[in-house]
Design a protein around this ligand. Structure first.
Ligand code: CP
Ligand code: NVA
Length: 298
């Protein structure tokens, strides 16, 4: 049974296949009889807020010919303490696939193993793999092959999106730099696992020089709200503005997984100057995730 839980578990060739399929689905959108989820119902179980991920998956399942049920975790017995392994075994008898956004990564792993249906990680505290597939798709569209490029992640280098970028660098063969305060460096085991693909530094200027892509995410991820004040203080020197962008390579992209907090991780001016890229990136969630689901049911 195939799942999509973390880029770490996917092979480079499967990811390449998914990216090529995503390009094809984007080009053929609205003009295709490709319905690999026909006669299937997929469940989406979300414990955290979402705009992009929810809409892109709901639209994506329907465009692939399937039906979709959205379940807010708090409205389920899960919210009253029913174990994930029981929820998984019930849903596994009723639906064909599950898309889960939650806190603990172990929960999506347990769901996958107990449900025995295709399971997709739509964001955990540990990883956000669907985001990075859409991001790499966007970079390929705008700059060509990602191999050999330099992507610099700026801000909370220990967050789920940064972690998925690290696994992405290991699979796609580009250089990833992470510029963050020491408190927000990736976990040591990840730095060790990534080896030469990853450079981690506190020095923003050094990280940005020679970069093809600057990437950022919120400073306060979902679930970290209690740390807001200290995070904003520690990360305030890592804002992306027009001057920082100018230190990257000519034609460098600014990317953001969104939602964006203007005046925090990014300025209004630089975000609006790169809105075309950032909203193409958001759109590509739809195409990339359709490709992931089509690949899962093959
Ligand atoms: N980037 C992203 O996952 O957005 P949402 O939280 O709106 O789904
Ligand atoms: N790191 C962010 C990503 C939001 C899409 C969070 O987990 O809230």
């Amino acid at each position: 049974m195939k799942h999509f839980l973390s880029l770490e578990e996917q092979s480079s060739s499967d990811l390449e296949y998914i990216l090529n399929l995503a390009d094809k689905l984007k080009a053929e959108r609205g003009n295709t009889s490709f319905k690999p989820l026909a006669c299937q119902t997929w469940a989406m179980i979300f414990s955290k807020s979402s705009t992009r991920t929810r809409v892109s998956f709901e639209v994506g399942v329907r465009e692939l010919g399937g039906q979709v049920i959205f379940l807010a975790a708090n409205d389920m017995q899960l919210g009253r303490g029913e174990p994930i392994k029981d929820t998984a075994r019930v849903l596994g008898r009723m639906v064909h696939g599950a898309i889960i956004r939650t806190y603990g990564h172990q929960d999506v792993q347990d769901f996958a193993s107990f449900s025995k249906i295709h399971t997709v990680n739509a964001l955990t505290d540990h990883a956000h793999p669907c985001q990075i597939v859409a991001d790499v798709m966007t970079i390929r569209e705008k700059l060509g092959e990602i191999k050999g490029k330099t992507v610099t992640f700026i801000g909370d280098g220990a967050c789920n999106v940064a972690t998925s970028w690290i696994y992405g660098a290991m699979r796609f063969g580009f250089e990833l730099r992470i510029a963050a305060p020491k408190q927000f460096f990736p976990a040591p085991y990840l730095i060790e696992q990534a080896g030469d693909c990853l450079k981690v530094t506190e020095d923003l200027d050094e990280a940005v020089r020679g970069s093809d892509v600057l990437y950022t995410d919120v400073w306060v991820s979902m679930g970290k709200e209690e740390e807001s004040a200290s995070r904003l203080e520690l990360l305030k020197g890592y804002q992306i503005d027009v001057d920082l962008m100018a230190k990257a390579n000519d034609g460098a992209l600014l990317m953001h997984c969104l939602p964006a907090y203007r005046g925090k991780e990014v300025t209004e001016e630089v975000l609006e100057a790169h809105a075309q890229t950032i909203f193409d990136q958001a759109e590509n969630r739809l195409h990339a995730q359709k490709a992931i689901m089509a690949w899962l049911v093959e």
